[in-house]
Design a protein around this ligand. Structure first.
Ligand SMILES: Cc1cc2nc3c(=O)[nH]c(=O)nc-3n(C[C@H](O)[C@H](O)[C@H](O)COP(=O)(O)OP(=O)(O)OC[C@H]3O[C@@H](n4cnc5c(N)ncnc54)[C@H](O)[C@@H]3O)c2cc1C
Length: 349
């Protein structure tokens, strides 16, 4: 059961669980690498406990676990649980949730952490239902092992949530937790114990027929949108997909940036739905966010307002995005963006 702090006084320290131990679900990229936001999620785990375990599922599980062993001791992981089975490659909740339930019901963990990604959003509710446990989603701050902050109403308020549950199922907003500074300088680290767990999908009747990857710009080797340090983002002003790609891709390359878009841009077919930033899209907090031809609707701001530096390019001096920006360029994006790209390329030479 969850309580909002405004209604319930905090539980005295004496009643809090003495034993605190986390299990973090590791997402991998399509080519079998550790997803970059993993290091933010492990930083969140370290905020809860010093006793941390990672869980890797899928046909590459042991190879991914070996990648952790090469990263030095800064990860703070005691153990890695793996389960190698191709059925788990796409994190289908029907297969994964029963496995997670079995692991968590061993009583070895008080907190289960996933990223608030598509995978986390897919799996956590099912797991919560199986375990009769209320997940706490989109956690942006951890005050102590029972007290979490999460946004509500499109980020307009931050709720402080106190949980009395024996197991806390958390999804964390990776960008809110500073990534662990991995010491992969070749320093030998203590090997992390790797343990295989049994496969038990709860006799799931779900069958995967086919997986088809969308042709996303994210698959072109650009930084992952959620963890990218620089993000450039386009609005409906970019007119069509060809113009969107032709103007934004060279600028993104010059800045080594991820590319995002508004919902209007997504709805009009300028970019893929996975690039949408905002209340109903991805929530990001890059160092630099460049909003190009974006009006700055409240639903869009909900996804990028935590960016450290915001630059807006818009021809309308009254566009709300300028109020949310550190730097504003009033003018036609079709003139400004190519000039900016050319200047950045020149500076790189
Ligand atoms: C429930 C709900 C959820 C939503 N969720 C999201 C969400 O997650 N993300 C999101 O983005 N939106 C979301 N929206 C939609 C949101 O309200 C806005 O409609 C949307 O963000 C507007 O996108 P835009 O800025 O591309 O388009 P517009 O608002 O039409 O703005 C286009 C801007 O481009 C400028 N412009 C035009 N031509 C040029 C030019 N040549 N040079 C420079 N500037 C130019 C204009 O001045 C204007 O400011 C949601 C809406 C609802 C109701």
């Amino acid at each position: 059961m969850l309580f909002c702090r405004s209604y319930v006084a905090r539980v005295p320290r004496i009643f809090r669980a003495r034993f605190v131990s986390t299990l973090t679900f590791i997402e991998t990229t399509a080519d079998g690498k550790i997803s970059p936001s993993t290091f933010n999620n492990l930083a969140a785990a370290k905020r809860i406990s010093n006793s941390n375990t990672a869980l890797i599922l899928g046909s590459n599980a042991s190879k991914v676990a070996e990648q952790f062993n090469n990263l030095g001791s800064s990860l703070g992981l005691e153990k890695i649980l793996i389960l190698e089975n191709a059925k788990l490659d796409h994190s289908l909740p029907e297969y994964v949730a029963p496995i997670l339930k079995n692991v968590l019901e061993t009583g070895k963990f008080t907190h289960f952490i996933m990223q608030n990604s598509n995978v986390g959003k897919n799996i956590l509710p099912r797991l919560g239902a199986l375990m009769n446990c209320q997940p706490i989603s989109d956690v942006v701050d951890i005050q102590d092992p029972k007290t979490f902050k999460r946004p509500m109403y499109a980020g307009n308020i931050l709720a402080t949530v106190v949980s009395e549950q024996k197991i806390n199922l958390l999804s964390v907003r990776s960008s809110s937790f500073k990534s662990i500074d991995v010491n992969n300088d070749g320093t030998p680290s203590e090997k992390i114990t790797i343990e295989t767990i049994p496969y038990n999908d709860g006799d799931s009747k779900a069958v995967t027929i086919e997986w088809e990857f969308a042709d996303l710009m994210d698959n072109t080797g650009r930084p992952d949108l959620v963890s990218a340090k620089n993000v450039i983002s386009g609005g409906i002003a970019l007119k069509d997909k060809t113009t969107f790609d032709e103007l934004l891709e060279p600028l993104a390359d010059a800045l080594n940036a991820g590319i995002g878009g508004t919902r209007a841009a997504v709805d009009s077919g300028l970019c893929d739905n996975s690039l949408q930033i905002g209340q109903t899209g991805k929530i990001i907090a890059p160092d630099l966010y460049i909003a190009i031809g974006i009006s700055g609707a409240i639903q869009h701001l909900a996804g990028m307002k935590n960016a450290k530096t915001v630059v807006a390019i818009n021809k309308d001096a009254d566009a709300p995005i300028f109020k949310a920006s550190d730097y504003g360029l009033k003018g036609d994006l079709f003139e400004i963006v190519p000039q900016l790209t050319a200047k950045l390329r020149e500076m790189k030479k």
